[in-house]
Design a protein around this ligand. Structure first.
Ligand SMILES: [Zn+2]
Length: 389
């Protein structure tokens, strides 16, 4: 059971300064995973990116003049254009290098799994899913998931499923493959009516229904989220028969996240990771590439969620009842003195969800689920009204 955790402290260099996307979330995640000895498990390799993504690799997704702008912008305080030097996407020294290194880390993870060297791989620094062809957006400069998926297509992959569970719509990845029937993109996110980036409606279906969007109502909790996931994702992924599963595992659906309005617990997030792993095991001979993504409850949620993710990648799931180690709490208090560490790897949440039923009393959530099913299920030979599909 080989797995790869791509890590290098240089990945902390993607640092936008006084900004919600803080690299401390990565440092605290690696420290927590290490405190539970997840990185020392049998068959686990922790390795740095093979290399930063080259301009040609970045060019699989991004326009040449945009890459040149990313390189030039930090030296010009008056730089305008390409979404850069804005409150969401401030420039910083080494921006191109740090962004290209994250893309290189996701390439390293994806290639290792595709080549059969590793069964699963994760890059928690990756998942910068809002970056567009020629524009930075939503804290994202280079779209590492899209670059890695394009690279696998160049290497001969014919069917890739991308599932994005960040609280925000995976708009940049969807845009990169909206016309490509070889890539199924599925994004579950808070409704675009209430949250950035304002896209991700069910009627954005792409060619042959290979773009799928589940727009969840504000306040959706674990049970609602899991009901929606299981009503939409497994059926479509099974029908698509991917060779490899790629997931963006943003931790911002957590109920303590300050930028969004879903109500998941770390227990629900853990269940989501294990459901994704089950799909890779069932359909892709285990091949699973995962990235991080958003996540702004830097101490309270992200390190616990992604430590559960690293456990799912590297072997046995971590017992939610585990106490948070004292030495990790000390580190968190030192790095983030304003924030409070949680006592355990659980939020004591009840995950018992009821399965989606088209004949039930429709809640806003059930209407959202049905809207997605009606938009895409027929295009995959599935019945939107049959709960067995
Ligand atoms: Zn997000």
């Amino acid at each position: 059971m080989n797995s790869l955790v791509v890590w290098d402290d240089a990945l902390l260099g993607y640092d936008m300064g006084d900004h919600p996307l803080n690299p401390v979330r990565l440092r605290l995640t690696m420290a927590l995973a290490d405190a539970y000895s997840l990185l020392d498990r049998d068959g686990v390799t922790v390795a740095p990116p093979t290399a930063a993504a080259s301009d040609a690799e970045l060019g699989l997704v991004h326009r040449e003049d945009y890459i040149a702008a990313v390189k030039a912008a930090p030296d010009d305080p008056f730089f305008r254009g390409y979404g850069l030097n804005t409150p969401d996407n401030p420039t910083f020294d080494g921006m191109h290098e740090a962004s290209a290194l994250i893309a290189g880390a996701t390439l390293t993870a994806a290639r290792a799994v595709w080549a059969g060297e590793q069964r699963r791989a994760v890059n928690i620094a990756g998942g910068l899913h809002h970056a567009m062809h020629a524009r930075a957006a939503g804290f994202c400069v280079y779209n590492d998931p899209a670059i890695a998926i394009k690279d696998l297509l160049e290497r001969g992959a014919e069917r890739i499923a991308y599932v994005d569970i960040d609280v925000h719509h995976g708009d940049g990845v969807q845009a990169a493959f909206i016309d490509d029937p070889r890539v199924l993109t599925i994004s579950l996110h808070e409704s675009p009516l209430s949250l950035f980036p304002g896209t991700g409606f069910p009627d954005e279906t792409g060619v042959d229904g290979t773009a799928v969007n589940v727009a969840l109502p504000t306040g959706t909790d674990d049970r609602g989220w899991l009901r929606a996931f299981h009503a939409v994702v497994p059926s479509l992924v099974r029908a698509f028969r991917p060779q490899i599963l790629f997931t963006q595992c943003g931790a911002d659906p957590h109920r303590l996240d300050p930028l969004a309005n879903l109500r998941l617990s770390v227990d629900g997030q853990r269940a989501a990771y294990l459901a994704l792993r089950d799909l890779a095991e069932e359909l892709c001979e285990g091949r699973w590439v995962a990235t991080g993504g958003g996540g702004y409850a830097l101490v309270e949620a992200v390190p616990r969620a992604w430590t559960h993710l690293i456990a799912a990648i590297t072997g046995e799931p971590l017992d939610p009842a585990r106490l948070i180690p004292a030495e990790w709490k000390d580190l968190a208090a030192e790095l983030c003195p304003q924030r409070m560490a949680m006592p355990r790897m659980t939020d004591d949440a009840d995950l018992a969800y009821r399965a989606w039923d088209p004949d039930g009393d429709p809640s806003p959530l059930d209407r959202a689920i049905l809207a997605t099913r009606k938009a895409v299920f027929p295009l995959h030979g599935l019945d939107p009204f049959d709960p067995r599909d």
